[in-house]
Design a protein around this ligand. Sequence first.
Ligand SMILES: [Fe+2]
Ligand SMILES: [Fe+2]
Length: 329
Amino acid sequence: MTSAPSSTAARERDEQVASRSAYRAVIERLSKASVDKHWEPYRDIPWDDPEFQVDQTDPRWELSGVDRLGGHPWYLSRSPEVRARIGLWRVATAMKIGLQFENLLKRGLLNYAYRLPNGSPEFRYVYHETTEEAHHGMMFQEFVNRTGLPVRGMPGPLSVVAQVAPWIPLISTELFFVFVLGGEDPIDHVQRRLLKDGRVHHPLEETIMRIHIAEEARHISFARHYLRNRVPRMPAYRRLLLGIASPVILGVMARIMLAPPGPMIRRFDIPANVVAEVYLRNPAARQEIRDSVGKTRELCAEIGLINPLTRRIWQLMGIWEDAAPSAPR
Ligand SMILES: [Fe+2]
Ligand SMILES: [Fe+2]
């Protein structure tokens, strides 16, 4: 009678050891991949190639259907030059907000790494990721500079609030990696859709997007494995708090990443009813926000962060999808 529990306990210990060594193997593989396949913006992008120069009126900047403003009659009735400038403004703003998010992210990663013990496999990987994000920041800012447009990133008050993000790892490393996915997943989702929209892209934009997607795949993979490894072992009350905070962070982050830039609306006098039709009252825009966090939502369901209470918060934040196949009912 007593042998069953102890053999069960032994089996559970074996499984834990197996899953921990599998996790460690993933981290080491990601670190090796960072050495084998990475890019440096001032070595690998031919910024001064005539083909890579940025002309604000280049028709390749015109918005595609991926951005719903691109299909609106107001947009289509602008001159080709204005359409191109609006499209370039949109791309440059996404890169500016992206580099601000990644600046917060790098500081948070370093705060996380600061406390890691000797021999931790995460230490090396996190330094690789921080290095890659430093390259992304330079790459995005160089692009913004070359557009010659006075784009701004996050709105001022939001930027002030965002300064707490690098300190999240001191409270909860799990919450920090939910924040990481909250920024990286929507950017990745939009960049992948843009590359697949069947249009000819400016070679500079295309090169930057391809480099970014390739390196971000590792960052997203690390955050997901980290959460899969850690969350199931958290005490129940901490897991509940994480389950409550996650949809709030993800809902806010997706909107920051996908929202139309205010200075662009003012500069081009985009009428309020057009903004409302395209971005606010548009079911497709709301679906886009839900889709952009789809993979993270499935991950949260898989690791036990969704229950009837937290599902309600996902719904209130407008990022719940009833059809999510892996979500518990
Ligand atoms: Fe990045
Ligand atoms: Fe990243």
